[in-house]
Write a protein that binds this ligand. Structure first.
Ligand code: THU
Length: 345
């Protein structure tokens, strides 16, 4: 809570889960980290943010409903959407930033995995999420660097910056906060180690300038993931989804379709592009293509698809994975020195 201190932001905190015990000290640090961001950004004292700790199951549902990603995640940011609740209808007001939802289970797990403990993980997730609410994002390298610097600035203020952590590690306290972890169910334990969305960099919210573009990417992403469910992959069992955005704003989706004569398999990207082409969309009329699969890093289009992407002159390609990591590249970056019609016509 703001405790009435003059420059404190109001933090409406609630621990809505029973799976892991979050020590008071961790919550206090989380609040301190958020206040540090507020202070650095000179947020007015009446600024309000709500923070809730949930379990993996709840964040999984939210992640699925709001981002179309069918798995738990570490943190979600929900900015109050002015389009949905215009001011005339009584809200939202500028001082209400939105909601930060953190999975306590994932925070504990990741704190252990990364070796820096629950305290830092919780603060880090909160700070990262609050920065999203303030318009920061990590869609491209430059934005990512800016956001990282902001995170460090806030963490430094409360002695939890990377440097502080490295120093602390040297002193070593290997069982830092492990007492807070309750036994995880066997199924969860057996799960492969999934890196946090923060470590793998995903996009949720855009800054003011790129907000519209980010929303479009998110739309393509959701559609690609939905179509990915239809992948016909009896052989590889590797589902891929793709979506193409046209200049007129239409979206065509595709998934990979395999064949017992393996060479006849068609990739998701080409299915999406060919569907658009079959609907009359010509080269130069496709603006962006997104591809996603369950890969550790982002999913990169195969060589054949790159040639087809080049044929239709799609200038921007977003490579993603089901964890929400994304990387946007240009056609030139994707297929340098590509073969083109002008080479023989
Ligand atoms: N695949 C795609 O759909 N897109 C790519 O860019 C790479 C590969 C599919 C084809 C096949 O069904 C499976 O992934 C394994 O190669």
């Amino acid at each position: 809570m703001g405790k009435g201190r003059r420059c404190s932001m109001v933090i409406n905190f609630s621990d809505d889960q029973d799976e892991v015990r979050i020590p008071k000290e961790a919550v206090a640090l989380l609040k301190k980290g958020l206040q540090a961001v507020a202070k650095i950004h000179d947020l007015p004292a009446k600024t309000e943010v709500s923070v809730s700790l949930v379990n993996d199951e709840v964040i999984h549902v939210l992640n699925k409903d709001y981002r179309g990603i069918d798995r738990p995640t570490d943190v979600l940011s929900f900015a109050l959407d002015e389009a949905v609740e215009p001011k005339e209808n009584g809200g939202p007001e500028e001082h209400l930033l939105g909601d930060i939802v953190i999975s306590a289970e994932t925070a504990v797990r990741q704190g252990k995995e990364y070796g820096h403990g629950l305290n830092r993980e919780l603060v880090y997730l909160g700070v990262h999420s609050l920065l999203h609410l303030l318009g920061y994002d990590h869609m491209n390298k430059a934005d990512k660097e800016i956001m990282r610097a902001e995170e460090e600035k806030a963490l430094q203020k409360i002695g939890l910056s990377q440097e502080d952590m490295d120093r602390e590690k040297e002193k070593q306290d290997p069982v830092h906060f492990s007492a807070a972890v309750k036994e995880a169910p066997a199924s969860r334990k057996a799960k492969k180690k999934t890196a946090s969305h923060l470590e793998k960099e995903k996009s949720e919210m855009g800054n003011k300038k790129s907000e519209k573009k980010d929303k479009t990417i998110l739309k393509l992403y959701k559609k690609a993931l939905k179509t990915r469910e239809n992948a016909y992959v009896p052989f590889s069992k590797f589902k891929v989804g793709a979506a193409v955005l046209t200049s007129s704003g239409e979206i065509y989706t595709g998934c990979n379709i395999e064949n017992s004569s393996f060479g006849l398999t068609v990739c998701a990207e080409r299915v999406a592009i060919f569907k658009a082409a079959a609907a009359g969309v010509r080269p130069g009329e496709m603006k962006m293509l997104l591809v996603a699969a369950d890969t550790e890093d982002v999913t990169s289009p195969c060589g054949a698809c790159r040639q087809v992407i080049a044929e239709f002159g799609i200038p921007e390609i977003v490579m993603a994975n089901v964890s929400g990591d994304m990387k946007k590249v240009t056609l030139e970056e994707l297929l340098p020195f590509g073969f083109k019609a002008s080479d023989f016509t």
